[in-house]
Design a protein around this ligand. Structure first.
Ligand code: FER
Length: 602
């Protein structure tokens, strides 16, 4: 082994030993802080520990997040979740504290049967935290809204928000478990501030969730509606209150840095050097360490990560990139949503009335016949419908904002995005390709300025390089069918979190090789070369579809005369993004779309 490589591995090993020591015994810094926490006014008495307005109350104090319930928690009032589904066997109490950097939630759960058997995080015995930091009670999750989960083995999952704001410790105790969690504030808090919050216990038995316990939401829909949250008021900070020194941002950063795959980089040493610097600085072991010293080490590591350079081989892989916050904000150059109605043949020789929505980019001018637009057709998942992605005219849901911003910043050319539904008509993802090419594409592409000269099949074929189809879950299943049946009319495919069911449900896993061969044969038989079609796929490693999609993708990678794997669309026609922590949810899917859009229509 080369000397440099051996040195590198040695230093990584030292770091691992060091960090695991720190993690089992979080630095004294926090412990000092808890003792020095503010005096705190007594919590106003009310029903179930809530205040007179029915709000949870967080007192000022900085607990150590290590799974041990330290003294500072006695300053917090316990509340019990009153909303429980019938079969729930668990009981729980929650407490809250806050300081200048974070909100702390303690959950003490009594539950005799603990299970993490399900592969679906919310079906494991776990605690869910929902936060609406600016308490604006938007229905849809906005930039300030978080939805985190952690199970009794301290495995975290993130449905909304950045994982680096979440630090937890879990401990099994007699008859149940304890979760201590810390959510870093995005906006500096102050005494008297009111935030939106919901707290939930998932009670699992074997691989099922038998029910939930909820503090405020009795409808079970806080996961997609922040209006269902209750409130928490920050109190108890007085003049003498001292904020605890907080090592958590540094700990989270070290942990995520150690998880990085250093083989992807030419110069991993810049990061190991930075990590060694943290050890040398001793801030994590030093009870006297100041917040400034800790924050400096955070900056050192972040700066080093910024200097990493990928190897050429690694650059072939397409990596998940989160949607930046500014892309989730309302653009000052918004597009518009229109609704079209049409008739489509059903299974009983009749016609169904159906509708779809069309996103028109900012600046789209019906009278300008010179300008032409590419079109992306985008399909919802099972049980959803044509309203899911854009709502309707006048609405500005997450993906619309992302599209508006990407176009406004010049990341992508202005395009048209169409959201139909597989429900109604022949009511079947396997048959949708007929309605798609006979009804939907002609309707859309003769009404709007697209590259289709007319609705004739010849003209639709001639314009295939300007047409893409994508979808989520069942919409991804539909996308693979579109590839199989409509390859003549679509050049770009974006199957997200769903495998091909052409050889049966879940065929991407049970018949991975055969499915890949089937898809390759479709293209070959139709006379297409790899540069004539592009497949950009994505899912998350925690997505329920991952075990179905991943084997199919791996099998496709083997068929190198049909599917050439590369993040570089000049070299290949196929890639697969895996979002670390990604679940089967639109918040993730919209990010995959953000990552893939710049590669469509190239
Ligand atoms: C998958 C493809 C589709 C998958 C699930 C679906 C679990 C959709 C299911 C549904 O909507 O009922 O690979 O994996």
């Amino acid at each position: 082994m080369k000397k440099r490589k051996r040195l590198f591995l040695q230093s990584m090993l030292m770091l691992l030993v060091f960090v695991s020591m720190v993690f089992t015994n979080v630095s004294g810094a926090g412990a000092e802080a808890s003792a020095a926490g503010g005096p705190g006014k007594p919590v106003p008495p009310g029903k179930n520990g809530l205040d007179s307005q029915g709000r949870m109350v967080a007192n000022f104090g900085s607990p150590v997040i290590d799974g041990n319930v330290d003294k500072v928690w006695s300053k917090a009032q316990a509340v019990s979740p009153p909303h429980g589904s019938e079969k729930v066997e668990a009981t729980a109490t929650f407490k809250a504290l806050w300081d200048d950097r974070a909100l702390y939630i303690l959950a003490e759960v009594k539950d005799k049967h603990l299970s993490v058997k399900s592969g679906t995080p919310y079906m494991q015995d776990s605690v869910e935290l929902f936060l609406d930091e600016n308490n604006d009670k938007t229905q849809e999750y906005g930039l300030d809204d978080l939805h985190f989960r952690v199970n009794y083995e301290n495995a975290q999952s993130v449905d909304n928000g950045q994982s680096e704001r979440f630090y937890t410790a879990a401990k099994k105790v007699d008859g149940g478990y304890v979760i201590e969690s810390r959510i870093a504030f995005k906006t500096k808090p102050e005494d008297g501030k009111v935030l939106g919050i919901e707290l939930q216990i998932n009670d699992a038995k074997e691989s099922e969730r038998i029910g939930t316990l909820n503090l405020f939401d009795s409808t079970g829909s806080a996961w997609n509606d922040t209006r269902k949250f209750g409130e928490i008021v920050l109190s108890g900070k007085s003049k003498g209150s001292v904020n605890g020194v907080s090592p958590y941002d540094l700990l989270i950063l070290i942990k995520s840095t150690l998880k990085m795959d250093f083989t992807l980089y030419k110069n991993p040493g810049v990061v190991t050097d930075a990590l060694m610097n943290v050890i040398a600085s001793n801030v994590l072991n030093d009870k006297q360490a100041t917040q400034q010293q800790i924050d400096e080490q955070v900056a050192v590591i972040k700066n080093a990560i910024g200097k990493l350079e990928m190897t050429e081989e690694a650059a072939n892989e397409k990596y998940f990139k989160a949607v930046p916050d500014e892309y989730r904000m309302e653009s000052n150059r918004p597009g518009t949503i229109e609704t079209l109605t049409y008739k489509a043949p059903n299974l009983t020789n009749g016609m169904d009335d159906k509708k779809l929505h069309v996103y028109l980019p900012n600046g789209y001018d019906p009278s300008d016949t010179n300008k032409k637009y590419n079109v992306l057709y985008l399909m919802h998942g099972g049980g959803e419908n044509e309203d899911l992605i854009f709502g309707g005219p006048g609405q500005s849901k997450e993906l619309k904002k992302i599209l508006d911003n990407m176009i406004a910043k010049g990341d992508i050319e202005p395009l048209i995005v169409v959201t139909p539904t597989t429900y109604g008509g022949k009511n079947d993802p396997a048959l949708f390709h007929e309605e798609l090419i006979n009804n939907i594409v002609p309707l859309v592409e003769t009404k709007y300025h697209t590259y289709a000269k007319s609705a004739s099949l010849d003209d639709l074929k001639a314009s295939r390089a300007h047409r893409a189809f994508g979808g989520f879950s069942m919409g991804s299943v539909t996308t693979w069918y579109t590839f199989i049946h409509n390859l003549d009319y679509f050049k770009y495919y974006m199957p997200l979190s769903g495998d091909s069911w052409v050889l049966g449900q879940g065929g991407g896993a049970s018949k991975a090789k055969e499915t890949a061969e089937y898809l390759a044969k479709v293209a070959k038989d139709a006379g297409y070369k790899p540069q004539d079609y592009y497949i950009f796929s994505a899912t998350g490693n925690l997505d329920i579809a991952y075990p179905n999609l991943k084997p199919q993708i791996e099998a496709m990678k083997q068929l190198t005369d049909s599917f050439i794997y590369s993040s570089d669309t000049k070299k290949g026609n196929f890639y697969f993004i895996v979002g670390e922590g990604g679940t089967h949810a639109w918040n993730w899917v919209n990010q995959y779309i953000y990552d893939i859009l710049p590669d469509l229509f190239q």
